[in-house]
Design a protein around this ligand. Sequence first.
Ligand code: BGC
Length: 389
Amino acid sequence: MKKKLLSMILATSMIATVLVGCGSDSAQTAAPAEEAATEEAAAEEEAPAEDAAAEEEAAPAAAAGTKVGVSMPTKDLQRWNQDGANMQAELEAAGYEVDLQYASNDVQTQVSQIENMISGGANVLVIAAIEGSSLGEALDMAKAANIPVIAYDRLLMNSDAVSYYATFDNYMVGTKQGEYIVDALDLDNAAGPFNLEITAGDPGDNNAGYFYNGAMDVLKPYIDEGKLVVVSGQVSFEETATPTWATETAQSRAENILSSNYADGTQIDVWLCSNDSTALGVENALAANYNGEYPIVTGQDCDIENVKNMIAGKQSMSIFKDTRTLASQVVKMVGQILSGETVDVNDTETYDNGTGVIPSYLCEPVFADINNYKELLIDSGYYAESDLQ
Ligand code: BGC
């Protein structure tokens, strides 16, 4: 029934309606955005500016004056600076006006920045949330203004204003970290037991659970069998989480774990860290509080400080998420949305934001270590060699 209504709406000249509809078609799911489309039908007259845009449907993606609001969580972590810069460069190259804002990890700031983008005439919003569930007001406002929303890297939760999601395969990030540990310790052959500690991510970030679950699905059998022993006893996501992914928080928790469990000379063999900012905290704690044989430490993002630590033997691996790939994919999505084309998605099952499955495009994360970082990071132009010195 909804689908039928949707096809009728697709025949109208409202660009925003076309946008939302094409995602639903390509996804072939009951995407929450369909509801927005039905409401838009009633509100048709309210969008005079959009009629003009729709007449240019066959024209190149970026009609003159088309504005994209890009909302990023913080400048504190390297990756978001790269994400923002890549998005801006690629969108501008495609002819869009860009309103790029960073919210200093403050939810209220992010809400007002998004509201300003909406009142400033954004045609599409691309949002990497600080906290996936806290942008309700701003997202309601976007929906009321018929502005499609793409959740960027982190899923926006419990809102039916979200049209699409573009990210890296978050569960695969975790399985790659887990598999690295299995191989590095040769867990299938070595007798063990090996001592493991775990530092997970921010409970306010939907990705953090996927990273944790991906890694734990690989490691749990070895924990159950007693080959991996979590000496601190802190195993659950809740016990190991790091609010806002803060390096300092990860560091002080690691210091406590080391002084309570390893000060007597007990060897720590591996520290599973969900990402690089938390790995950095663990590495700082190890440097100051641990004299035994250095453990395997995992990470994610290939941040410069962490790649330097990888070169120095203080971090064993990271996951390379080429933010250029994600930016290109999102710019493509923006163009497809605005021109009413079918939007490229490759996952219509995994990411339910509480209002339904959000059609998603998952990029593939890549494993990086001392042996391949040059090829991945330098030869590809992601970093200059001098960045890592
Ligand atoms: C991203 C990770 C990042 C973390 C902290 C997550 O949502 O997917 O790449 O390390 O946030 O910024």
